[in-house]
Design a binder for this molecule. Structure first.
Ligand code: ADP
Ligand code: MG
Length: 233
C-alpha cells in the first residue's frame, strides 16, 4: 500500500528581518491509512507549519508533498483545492463552529454550499454524529454544547468528506484531562474505523501510547521518531 501522505525533504522559510527563518528544514515523513502518528516538540518547532503544508494550505519553499499518490506541487490552485476537499480533514484546537447552526447543520453546511444532494449527506451526518457520541444533541447549537462536545462536532465535520488524511492540531488544548483522553481515544477510533492517516500535534504526552508512533520536532527538523511502549487497548 502506498503511503497516504508523504513529505519528502520539505522546507518552509519565512522572511525574518534581513535573513530567513526555517519553519521546516528538510522534513521527511510518511504515513499510511489506518496509522495514527503523534507529533510533539517545543513551541515554535514547526509542528503547525508541518500540518499547514501537509494540508496544502501553505506551499513549501522546497520539497515534495504527495497525498494519495498526487504530487501537490504539480497541481493548479483549483486542483489543490479539490484535492484538499476530497482527501484532507483538518481539526484545529478551536472548533470554529458557526454560532447559529445546530450540530448536524455544522456538518451539512459545506456539502449544502457545494450543491450536493442533502438527503445522502443527512444520513452521513447522522451516522457520524452517532460515531462521535453526539446523536442525542444533533439539534443543539454550539452554546448549548460542552467544550468536549464542540470538539466532537469538529471531528465529525472533518470526517464528512471521507478524508484519507486527517490533520489534527492540539485538539485537547482547551479541554480538561478526562475530556482530553476521550477526544484522543475518539481519534484512535475514527482512525481505525475510517482508515485515515492521522497526524496529531499534542502536548499531552500521557496519551501518546494511544497512537502508533511519536515524532519529535525541534527547530523545524524531525529529531526522532519512536514507538510508544504500550499498545492501544
Ligand atoms: P509550533 O506549531 O511547533 O509551535 P509553528 O509551526 O507555528 O510552530 O512555527 C514555527 C516557526 O515558524 C516559529 O518560529 C514561528 O514563529 C514561525 N512562523 C510560523 N508561521 C509564520 C508566518 N506566517 N510568518 C512568519 N513566521 C512564521
Ligand atoms: Mg502550533
Amino acid at each position: 500500500m502506498t503511503p497516504a501522505l508523504t513529505l519528502n525533504n520539505v522546507s518552509l522559510e519565512y522572511p525574518d528581518g534581513s535573513s530567513t527563518l526555517k519553519a521546516l528544514d528538510a522534513v521527511n515523513l510518511s504515513i499510511r491509512r489506518g496509522e495514527f502518528l503523534s507529533l510533539v516538540g517545543p513551541s515554535g518547532s514547526g509542528k503547525s507549519s508541518l500540518l499547514a503544508v501537509a494540508a496544502t494550505l501553505v506551499k513549501p519553499t522546497a520539497g515534495l508533498i504527495i497525498i494519495d499518490g498526487h504530487d501537490v506541487s504539480a497541481l493548479s490552485e483549483a486542483e489543490r483545492t479539490a484535492l484538499r476537499r476530497d482527501k484532507v480533514g483538518i481539526i484545529f484546537q478551536q472548533a470554529n463552529l458557526l454560532p447559529s447552526l445546530t450540530a448536524v447543520e455544522q456538518l451539512l453546511i459545506r456539502e449544502h454550499l457545494r450543491g450536493k444532494p442533502v438527503r445522502d449527506e443527512r444520513e452521513k451526518a447522522a451516522e457520524l454524529l452517532n460515531v462521535v457520541g453526539l446523536s442525542g444533541v444533533a439539534h443543539k447549537r454550539p452554546h448549548q454544547l460542552s467544550g468536549g462536545q464542540r470538539q466532537r462536532v469538529n471531528i465529525a465535520r472533518a470526517l464528512m468528506g471521507s478524508p484519507t488524511v486527517l490533520l489534527v492540531d492540539e485538539p485537547t488544548a482547551a479541554l480538561d484531562h478526562e475530556r482530553s483522553e476521550s477526544i484522543v481515544r475518539l481519534l484512535r477510533q475514527v482512525t481505525d474505523e475510517f482508515q485515515t492517516a492521522t497526524v496529531m500535534v499534542t502536548h499531552d504526552t500521557e496519551f501518546l501510547p494511544l497512537t502508533d508512533a511519536v515524532t519529535t520536532m525541534r527547530d523545524g527538523r524531525i529529531s526522532r521518531a519512536l514507538v510508544p511502549s504500550a499498545q492501544p487497548n
